[in-house]
Structures are given as C-alpha cells and as structure tokens.
Design a protein around this ligand. Structure first.
Ligand code: NAI
Ligand code: MG
Length: 397
C-alpha cells in the first residue's frame, strides 16, 4: 500500500516534544507514513509576521491530514513588540493560527473524547452510599461546533452606526441598552446557521450509532437563548425523530450540565453543543479523566481535511527543560483519532490498548499523574519524562 503523507505541525514549546513522541509511537505501532513538516506558530509570527504561512495551508490542502502539537499566543502588544523589527511598520496584527486554520478550512466538526483509564491516579472520585469512595467510569464524547457561535469573531466595541441602528430596532435592546452611549457598548454575536448546526448534530448521532452509545445529549440553553440554542434543539429533535429512533435525545442546560458532570458523569455518552458551550463542557469532562495530559481532539470538515491535536497549549514554562516532563498521552490519543479518521482502526486500537496497559500498570507515570508540581527535579523524584512515557507505551504495543 502506498505510504500516507501526514503534515506534522509541531508549533511551539511542548508541542514540538509531544508531537515527536507521538510520531515515534505511530511508527513503532506499524503505521507507515511520510511526515512533511508544516510551519506554524510564534517563530513564524516573529520572523515573517504570519503564524500560519500560506505554504502550510497549501500543504494541508494537498495532503488533507495533519497532526498538530500546540502554539504560543501572546496579547496584542507583546506580539507587536516581538515582531522582527524589519517588519515593524507593516501594520501586521497577530491572530491565532488555530482559529485561522479552523476558519480557512471550515473545520466545523470538533470531537473531544473523555474516557477514564483504569488505574489513572487522576481519575475523578466521589463519595457514595455509606461514605464509600466511588470511581465512576467516564465514557463521553463531546461534539463541538467549531466555527460559529460566540467564537465566530463577529464583534464590536462602539459598534458602527448601521449595526447600532439595527440593534435599536430590537425592542429588548432599546429598552435595556438604549440609554447607554454607543461608545460604551460592546457586542459579541452568537450566530448559528442551519447547515452547520445540522452537520454537527448529524455527526454526533452517526457517531453514537456507529459506536453504540444509547444517548445524545444536546447541551445548550434553549430556554433562554431561544433563537440559536432553540434552533439547535428543534433540529436535534427532527434529526432524532427522522433518522435515529433507537438513540435517545437528552437535553441539558450548560450550567446544570456542569453541576451534573461531577454528580453522575457515568450517565452521559455523546454530547453535542455549540462552539463555546462545547468548549466549556469538554474541559469540564476532561478534568474528570486526568486533565490536559489526557485531553485529545479531532477537527475536520466535509471535504476530508482533518487536524488532530491535544487540547493543551505550548506550556512555555516547561518548554526549555533539558528533558521534557510533560505527558504525551493527549497527543498520542489525538494521533489515534487521526488513525480512526483515515480508517487505520487496527493500529489505533493497538496504540490505545498499549496506553491503557501502561496506565494500569502504574509504573511509568509523568509528573501530573504523580500529582507533583511541575519542576525540573520531578524526574529525580520518580516521575517519568515525556520520552520515557512514550517508551513505556511502545514497549506495551
Ligand atoms: P497550557 O495548556 O500550555 O498549559 C497549562 C498548564 O497545564 C501547564 O503549565 C501544565 O501545568 C499543564 N499541562 C499542559 N499540557 C500538559 C501536558 N501535556 N502534560 C502535563 N501537564 C500539562 O496553557 P497556558 O499555560 O494557558 O498557555 C500557554 C501557551 O499556550 C499560551 O501562549 C497559550 O496561548 C497557548 N495555548 C495554545 C493552545 C493550542 O495550541 N491549542 C491551547 C491553549 C493555550
Ligand atoms: Mg478550551
């Protein structure tokens, strides 16, 4: 079979380390691929004034599948100060290359699975009947609409006249905000389109069917946010009724969901939400299964372009350690999601089993799993390095 070509985008800081380790695991598991490196991140902002160069976009367009480590973002002023002085007065403004990727390729489906690994010392525990300690097994897959809603970027402070006048035609705006001077008004919109909403809902139901989940939970707030959450709820009911009668549709409000996820996390299966609520609820569930060292994600569009990345960032404070201490599992799990995407399920299963075995053995644990505070000396105190954790997984393949 022809070798696959994968675009590898290490990015900044620990993104570079975890991606290298994940590729080592992929190769050891028998995944044959060629990796072409794509430039992304802070270094390219500084040197070229663009953290997402066109050549990287072209690579992804050509090869369709990309693994991504993490990038560093900094506030506006720092970004300008760090820019190569030769580019200084070109009027360049920093914007996140992750958002850029999502928008350019319309990577509208984001999946964030959160599964408990047996033996992970970071698993959520709760107190049950008779003060008994319980460790509920979480097996949740969050579908987050990735391009619209509150993160769509349509926003203003001191909005332009036309926008302000349009807002004033809404009775609630006029009554509640009409007395405030326009310069003191900031507006961030929450736009949902029918097509994108249907796509994320369908993707969630199809996933539930394929992997045998009995419920899809719509996690929004339709009782208050009537137009956007309301539309999503209506469409969810239609889709469930029409095409997925065997799957139950549950409806939770984001605020209540954040409470229930620590009370009965084992009850949930597939969860689907808009952009911001999906972001929130997926971080909430990730906290129950070990946090950033374990939180993986996939994002893809309707043309078969997919980008696979851990949820964590570049953790600059650990980036310059002589030996990296961070947990590579989130990146390795993201690589498994890539394998699912390109139908290399056997290799994905092999890697997941090796990760599970390594965690359940409890011998090799990174500092987060040892509940240590991150510092250079955690390795002396018995924590495994990033490299050692990958080695342990490889030896369990
Ligand atoms: P971060 O996710 O980089 O790190 C937060 C903390 O989480 C770390 O200090 C560390 O204690 C822990 N952590 C992160 N990854 C870990 C791992 N693999 N194993 C063990 N512990 C881990 O978030 P932070 O510090 O808020 O942001 C740092 C930089 O990363 C910023 O420039 C930010 O903009 C960027 N960022 C990038 C993201 C991405 O590339 N997708 C996502 C989040 C932040
Ligand atoms: Mg987040």
């Amino acid at each position: 079979m022809a070798k696959r070509t994968i675009v590898s985008m290490p990015g900044d800081g620990i993104g570079q380390v975890v991606l290298e380790e994940a590729i080592r695991v992929l190769t050891s598991a028998g995944f044959e691929a060629e990796y072409i490196e794509g430039d992304i991140g802070w270094e390219f902002w500084r040197s070229e004034g663009n953290p997402l160069p066109q050549r990287t976009i072209d690579l992804i367009q050509k090869y369709k599948v990309a693994l991504f480590g993490a990038i560093t973002s900094k506030p506006k002023e720092e970004a300008s100060q760090e820019l190569n002085p030769e580019l200084g007065d070109a009027g360049l403004v920093y914007s996140s290359p992750i958002v850029g990727l999502r928008q350019h390729f319309k990577l509208d489906i984001c999946i964030r699975p959160c599964h408990t690994y047996t033996g992970n010392p970071l698993n959520f525990i709760s107190r049950g009947v008779g003060d008994e300690i319980e460790e509920p097994a979480v097996d949740v897959v969050i579908f987050r609409q990735n391009t619209e809603g509150l993160y769509g970027g349509v926003e203003w402070s001191d909005p332009p006249d036309q926008v302000y006048q349009a807002l004033m035609t809404h009775p609630k705006f006029k009554t509640n905000f009409g007395d405030t001077p326009k310069e003191e008004v900031s507006v961030s919109t929450r736009i949902f389109t029918r097509k994108a909403t249907e796509r994320i809902l369908l993707a969630s139901f199809e996933y539930a069917r394929k992997y045998g989940y009995k419920s899809v939970t719509l996690c929004e707030k339709p009782n208050v946010i009537r137009e956007t959450s309301g539309m999503m709820y209506r469409l969810a009911k239609e889709i469930q009724n029409r095409d997925f009668p065997e799957i139950q549709l549950w409806n939770t409000n984001i605020d209540a969901q954040m409470m229930w996820l620590t009370k009965n996390p084992e009850n949930y299966g597939v969860i689907v939400a808009g952009n911001m609520f999906g972001d929130i609820v997926s971080d909430g569930f990730a906290g129950l299964i070990g946090g950033l060292g374990f939180a993986c994600s996939a994002q893809f569009n309707d043309e078969g372009i997919g980008v696979f990345e851990p949820t964590h960032g570049s953790a600059p404070k650990y980036a310059d350690y002589p030996e990296s201490i961070v947990n590579p599992i989130a990146m390795i799990e993201s690589a498994c999601m890539m394998l699912d995407f390109i139908d290399e399920n056997k290799i994905a299963t092999k890697i997941r089993n090796a990760v599970a075995k390594t965690i359940s053995e409890g011998i090799v644990q990174t500092y987060d799993m040892k509940k240590m505070k991150g510092s250079v000396d955690v390795l002396e105190k018995g924590a495994a390095s990033t490299h050692q954790m990958a080695d342990a997984i490889i030896s369990n393949l």
